[in-house]
Design a protein around this ligand. Structure first.
Ligand code: MG
Length: 174
C-alpha cells in the first residue's frame, strides 16, 4: 500500500509540474502573497512566501481541488468534455461558478483571512492572474485562475495563523 507521505510527494510533484506546464511558477504565486500581506507581515520576503505556499500545496484537500481543476481545464483544452460542459468551459461562462466555489473551498481551509483575500485578488486579477484570464491566448484556464488565487490566499491565511513561526523564519533569512 502506498503511504500517505508517498502519495503527498506524488501529488505535490504532479501539481508543481502541472502549474509549470500551465505557465505558473511558485514565484508568481509568491508575488501575489507578498502583494496581499506586505502591510501585515513586516519584511515578508519571497522565501517565506514560498514556504507558506508549499504548506498549502502539501495539504491533501488543497491538492485534490488543484488536481481536479487543472485536469478539467486540460481536458476542455483538448476538446474532450461532453457537449454542455465543453461549451461552458470554452466560453468560461460567468454564471458557472463551480471554479469559484472550488477556490472558496480551498481558501476556507485557512480561515476568513484566506477567503476574503481570495475574493479580493479574484476581482483585481493581480499579477499572473491577469495573464491566466487573457482569453486571447486560446488557453482554457477556467479553474486555474481561481485556484492560483486561492493558493495565494491560503498562504496568506497560513502566514496570519502562524505568526511565531513566520517571525522565526524571517529572522533566519536575515
Ligand atoms: Mg475561473
Amino acid at each position: 500500500m502506498v503511504s500517505y507521505e508517498e502519495l503527498d510527494k506524488q501529488y505535490y510533484e504532479h501539481i508543481i509540474r502541472n502549474l509549470k506546464d500551465r505557465g505558473v511558477e511558485l514565484e508568481d504565486i509568491a508575488e501575489i502573497v507578498i502583494f496581499l500581506e506586505k502591510d501585515y507581515v513586516k519584511g515578508l520576503n519571497n522565501d517565506v512566501a514560498i514556504h507558506a505556499i508549499k504548506k498549502v500545496l502539501h495539504k491533501r484537500e488543497a491538492q485534490n481541488a488543484i488536481m481536479t481543476g487543472i485536469e478539467l481545464d486540460v481536458l476542455a483544452e483538448k476538446g474532450l468534455l461532453s457537449a454542455p460542459m465543453q461549451r461552458i468551459m470554452e466560453t468560461d461562462e460567468s454564471t458557472y461558478g463551480i471554479d469559484e466555489n472550488m477556490a472558496i473551498t480551498l481558501a476556507s481551509l485557512y480561515g476568513s483571512v484566506s477567503v476574503t483575500n481570495y475574493g479580493y485578488v479574484d476581482k483585481l486579477k493581480h499579477g499572473v492572474l491577469g495573464k491566466l484570464n487573457d482569453k486571447s491566448t486560446g488557453k482554457i484556464n477556467v479553474f486555474l485562475d481561481d485556484l492560483v488565487g486561492a493558493i495565494a490566499a491560503g498562504a496568506c491565511g497560513w502566514l496570519a495563523h502562524n505568526e511565531v513561526v513566520v517571525q522565526e523564519l524571517l529572522k533566519m533569512d536575515n
